[in-house]
Structure formats: C-alpha cells, structure tokens
Design a protein around this ligand. Structure first.
Ligand code: ZN
Length: 99
C-alpha cells in the first residue's frame, strides 16, 4: 500500500493519524485526522485532511456493489447457521422425548 511521505501535524501539535473512511461516498478513502479523535479521554481537535483522491463515480458503484454482495453472502450464511441450529434442536428433542 502506498504510504504518505509527509505526515501532517494536527492543531494539537501531534502528527496526524491516517484513517480509512467507510461512508458510502468515500469508501476506503484515507484521511488524516487527530490522533486524539474518538479516544474519549482528551478533547481532540478538528483537524481533517484527505490523503487519497476522491473516488470516481464508477469505482464507487463497483465498490458499493461488492459490499452489497459480501453482505448478502454473510446474511445467507447466518440464515444457514440458524437453520442448522433449529434442525439440531428438533433432532435432540425427538431423540430424548419418550414415546
Ligand atoms: Zn489534534
């Protein structure tokens, strides 16, 4: 992966942290933000700077399509597991129920 040559300094005076954005409009696009952001202990500054160029509309559609597919597969797998669990319960009940 390509790494930044120069790491910007945020308003707190720390070197900024490289994060990845997961919103639909900027999927996988990396940005610099305050190291303190989201840590909850100290107030973080509002430093924000994109590192990657914006997604092209085409790439965005392709990425969203792929994510949707992954989600569909995960859901199907969950349903499958649930079904097998139900089968197991029914078989157990049948096995241990007295005639
Ligand atoms: Zn900061």
């Amino acid at each position: 992966m390509d790494m930044p040559e120069v790491i910007p300094v945020c308003y707190c005076g720390n070197s900024a942290k490289l994060n990845t954005c997961w919103s639909n409009n900027n999927l996988g696009r990396r940005f610099f933000g305050c190291k303190q952001f989201g840590s909850g202990f100290r107030k973080s500054c509002r430093f924000f700077s994109w590192f990657d160029p914006p997604l092209t509309p085409r790439l965005r559609v392709v990425l969203l399509g792929l994510l949707k597919k992954v989600k569909t597969l995960k859901d199907a797998r969950k349903r499958e597991k649930r079904t097998w669990f139900l089968v197991l319960v029914i078989v157990t009940v049948l096995l241990f129920s007295k005639p």
